[in-house]
Design a protein around this ligand. Structure first.
Ligand SMILES: Cc1cc2nc3c(=O)[nH]c(=O)nc-3n(C[C@H](O)[C@H](O)[C@H](O)COP(=O)(O)OP(=O)(O)OC[C@H]3O[C@@H](n4cnc5c(N)ncnc54)[C@H](O)[C@@H]3O)c2cc1C
Ligand SMILES: NC(=O)c1ccc[n+]([C@@H]2O[C@H](COP(=O)([O-])OP(=O)(O)OC[C@H]3O[C@@H](n4cnc5c(N)ncnc54)[C@H](O)[C@@H]3O)[C@@H](O)[C@H]2O)c1
Ligand code: SF4
Ligand code: FES
Length: 802
């Protein structure tokens, strides 16, 4: 018997999830055709905020690669829009003139951004934030223009604003109401959010009604009802969305705000269904994936002819995906005469929690600054749990504890992944049935974690609990330490995705087993945070002892002091100072180091600040995971073989990159001819002068893992050396594992791959720009210690005991 033909209009998140579920129910039920207006396979629209913020690429957010469609024999037409439906003949008609017949038709057309109908709204430079192309326009706009305005201070507007800010624009958010996200937050939480985002450099224009877009062809600004104006060459509309219902409406299907469906996602015309944001169910068109995926399950079963419960609507919870903001909101926000509120407002710690209760049931919650209770409160809310026997404190505090501390105590029916409605039991069953050992594998099997990603740490804990020792065995190989099961890439991705900004926050949010962390993860997390955020405020206490002290501890408990001698060059003045200090403090050993400088060994901890003050020199970071030295030969200035100014280039390199944090220590060498007196062949970056230029070697190592450097490039000028060194160093910073030397990193990444990255002009420029931004954050640590009584008290004064 010929298969029935199923056509779906729209290749987005809700629609494709329906097809995935349908295939699981019955892979052979239909011959499936999908039309997608966008040129991409189905991708995770939720993560567009991360694409805009530069943390992910389009490739990273693809949910179904093209081979998924092929494997499942789905005919996919991308970049093709359905423009009409012939209901009588059951055919869809595309903008490319294609007619495709169907037995059943699904509308999965999503929504479009709402554009406020004001004068000038059709000018250039005004866009929504809905798809990949919008992201591309914004990213390009940020390269050309300075001033961006986002209209709408809701979820989408704030995520757009943060993305544009990260792209280096001046960003103002125009909001109609007195506080931000008024659909999700009350005034108190809204004010806290505004304050945090202002700290992050976003400007707010509250209670402003836009009446006109200024400018000729392109927007130059906005005018408001009160007569005031703001400059803007890029305007992002984020004032809500409108379901794409026109096609259905044209065809005679009943619509209201969206396409009206019953509890089985059926429209008023047989064999015609609607799913996702374009559908209106019991008066609601949802704009979050969790309810849409619930709808998808029901529709998939309906299409597969499998009995299903009806879809009766959803309670939704939301969070904002912006760095440094931890908020959660579900259900009612303000309450009424019948509701009682439990409220905690800790202004000192920036925490606000409100739970609304009516008739002994939680009906709403707003959390700001601390959201560990969100899953539990949401469950109480959606399950309509009776709370009459609970105290107000236990309603607030009971949440989170059991889940966090004891996965074993978590009931089977607890929803682990809110976006995808996956329970603990589903995860555990999948782990057993399919021998799953990683969070990604659980996602592949159950969908848990495949949307916003907030639940991934909890899935990790369930994996660990379920597999016990065998999980440790499977995960330990990659986990950054035994406090977590997450590996380096997962931790970095989570930090970016959730906008985590401190070591403690990472440990807390990602469910560290040991809340203080250990000596492995503390410095590693501090490094990764500093690598991700150019303006990161270093957490000194998270560092290893030598870096914390800014001096190398010796075997007898004393310290060494090794000041910078850029390029191994010193002066009589500096030598005199070193001699005076060595005499005054009775320094037991004055030694030339392997890196061409002079070290003072055996200095008492309490003498360190005064030694540094009297030397008046810069720290040589002989203790740091950073640039140590740039060894140079005398080069063309004095040596008869020298072809280049090796000392000049070496000093320039050292001055530029001193203090930059790297995954491990980093050494450079510059020799002015292939005789290589500065041992450039065994340096992390080694530069060798040749006639008319320089050779740049990378990945060399003269330590325990002896390795000769690989030739990366031959260039003509010093400027090119500086650029390549910048890009190379930054790429190592961004992809290296903490404590991985470049000799290992080059082998892991592959020299050809590194070359291809650096050769891409755009990528190279971006890497250089990021390292330049990061370099701005460093101060001279010895100077800081000299000037700060607090630092001296905390780190260098002896502890007095009575
Ligand atoms: C930046 C951003 C961040 C978000 N963050 C979150 C979040 O954190 N959490 C959350 O739950 N939700 C979030 N959302 C909302 C979530 O992405 C949507 O709810 C979800 O994508 C809706 O799925 P859908 O399939 O209904 O629509 P879509 O994913 O929009 O898919 C519809 C597809 O249909 C195509 N289409 C439309 N008309 C036609 C036609 N005539 N012919 C062919 N193709 C057509 C469209 O081009 C589109 O590709 C976010 C949305 C955005 C834009
Ligand atoms: N983190 C998330 O869950 C997330 C992130 C992004 C988008 N989304 C979804 O995407 C959809 C669109 O988001 P959204 O933020 O555009 O919609 P929204 O309706 O949630 O917020 C729009 C905001 O714009 C304000 N506004 C309306 N008219 C205005 C005007 N003329 N001037 C200034 N402000 C005005 C409103 O007061 C409101 O706060 C929603 O469904 C949302 O749930 C969710
Ligand atoms: S590397 Fe060449 S230029 Fe430099 S000191 Fe040695 S011989 Fe002279
Ligand atoms: S809660 Fe969003 S992916 Fe699991």
């Amino acid at each position: 018997m010929a298969k029935q033909k199923l056509v779906m209009i729209g290749n987005g998140m809700a629609g494709v999830r329906t097809i995935e579920d349908l295939i699981k129910e019955n892979p052979d039920a239909y011959e499936i055709t999908i039309f997608g207006k966008e040129p991409h396979p189905n991708y995770n629209r939720i993560q567009l905020s991360n694409v805009l913020q530069g943390d992910m690429s389009i490739e990273d957010i693809i949910l179904n690669q093209l081979d998924w469609y092929e494997t499942n024999k789905i005919q996919l037409f991308t970049g093709e829009t359905v423009v009409d439906i012939d209901l009588d003949n059951k055919e869809v008609i595309s903008d490319q003139g294609q007619r495709v017949a169907y037995d059943k038709l699904i509308f999965a057309t999503g929504s479009s951004p709402f554009f406020i109908p004001v004068e000038g709204i059709d000018k250039q430079g005004i866009i929504g934030f809905r798809d990949v192309s919008d992201c591309e326009v914004m990213i390009k706009g940020a390269e050309e223009y300075q001033d961006a305005v986002v209209i709408g201070g809701g979820l989408l507007g704030l995520e757009a604003a943060k993305g544009l800010k990260n792209l280096g624009m001046n960003v103002s958010v125009v909001h109609l109401m007195p506080h931000l996200m008024e659909r999700q937050l009350d005034a108190a939480a809204g004010a806290m959010l505004k304050q945090e985002l202002e700290k992050q450099g976003i400007n707010f224009l509250m209670e402003k009604q836009t009446v006109e877009v200024l400018g000729d062809e392109r927007a130059t600004g906005l005018r408001f009802k009160d007569g005031s104006e703001v400059k803007a060459n890029l305007v992002v509309m984020a004032v809500g969305i409108v379901p794409n219902k026109e096609l259905a409406q044209q065809a005679g299907i009943v619509t209201n705000r969206g396409i009206i469906v019953n509890d089985f996602m059926e429209t008023n015309i047989e064999d015609h269904y609607a799913i996702g944001e374009c559908a209106e169910h019991r008066g609601i068109a949802y704009g979050l994936v969790a309810p849409l995926y619930e709808q998808a399950k029901v529709l998939a079963k309906r299409l597969a002819n499998v009995p299903t419960e009806p879809y009766e609507g959803s309670v939704t919870g939301t969070q904002l995906k912006v760095a440094g903001v931890d908020l959660y909101s579900a259900g009612e926000i303000e309450g009424d005469d019948q509701t009682k509120a439990i409220r905690v407002h800790n202004e000192f710690e920036g925490v606000y929690k409100k739970v609304l209760i009516r008739d002994n049931h939680v009906v709403g919650t707003v959390l700001y600054g601390e959201t560990t209770e969100s899953t539990r409160l949401f469950r109480m809310l959606s399950n309509k749990e009776d709370v009459r026997d609970m105290t107000s404190l236990s309603i607030l505090q009971a949440a989170g504890e059991a889940e966090e501390d004891d996965v074993a105590a978590m009931a089977d029916e607890v929803v682990v992944c809110g976006c995808n409605g996956v329970t603990k039991k589903t995860v555990v069953d999948a782990i057993h049935a399919h021998n799953l050992t990683s969070v990604n594998e659980v996602g592949g099997c159950t969908n848990a974690g495949r949307s916003c990603g907030r639940c991934k740490p909890l899935i990790g804990q369930i994996l660990e609990h379920t597999l016990g020792d065998s999980f440790d065995g499977a995960a330990a190989k990659d986990a950054i330490c035994s406090c977590t099961t997450l590996d380096r890439d997962e931790v970095v991705a989570e930090i970016k995705e959730k906008g985590l900004t401190s070591v403690k926050e990472v440990m807390h949010v990602l469910g560290w087993k040991n809340e203080e962390g250990c000596s492995k993860c503390n410095p590693a997390l501090n490094y990764y945070l500093g690598m991700i955020y150019a303006d990161y405020k270093d957490e000194r206490d998270a560092r290893l002892v030598n870096e914390k002290m800014h001096a190398n501890i010796q075997k007898d408990g004393t310290y060494s002091v090794v000041p910078r001698m850029y390029g191994g060059v010193t002066t009589a003045e500096d030598l005199k100072k070193l001699a005076e200090v060595a005499t005054k403090y009775e320094v037991p050993l004055v030694k030339l180091t392997g890196g061409q400088r002079i070290g003072l060994f055996g200095i008492k901890k309490q003498d360190l600040p005064s030694v540094w003050a009297e030397l008046g020199m810069q720290s040589g970071y002989a203790y740091g995971k950073t640039l140590r030295t740039v060894k140079t030969c005398v080069g063309a200035r004095f040596c008869r073989y020298g072809t280049q100014d090796s000392m000049g280039l070496g000093m320039e390199l050292e001055k530029k990159f001193e203090r930059i944090d790297t995954p491990h220590k980093f050494k450079m060498g510059v020799s002015a001819c292939p005789r290589n007196c500065a041992e450039s062949g065994i340096k992390d970056i080694g530069v060798v002068g040749i006639d008319g230029g320089w050779e740049i070697y990378v990945g060399g190592n003269g330590g325990t893992d002896l390795r000769a450097g690989d030739l990366l490039y031959t260039v003509k000028t010093k400027e090119e050396v500086m650029d390549i060194a910048s890009a190379y160093l930054q790429y190592y910073r961004e992809t290296g594992h903490y404590l991985e030397r470049t000799s290992k990193w080059v082998e892991r990444m592959g020299l050809d791959h590194i070359k291809s990255v650096i050769e891409d002009e755009k990528v190279r420029r971006e890497l250089i720009s990021r390292i330049d931004q990061t370099l701005e954050r460093y101060n001279e640590p010895w100077q800081e210690a000299i000037e700060s009584d607090e630092i001296q008290g905390k780190y260098y004064r002896p502890v007095v005991t009575n």
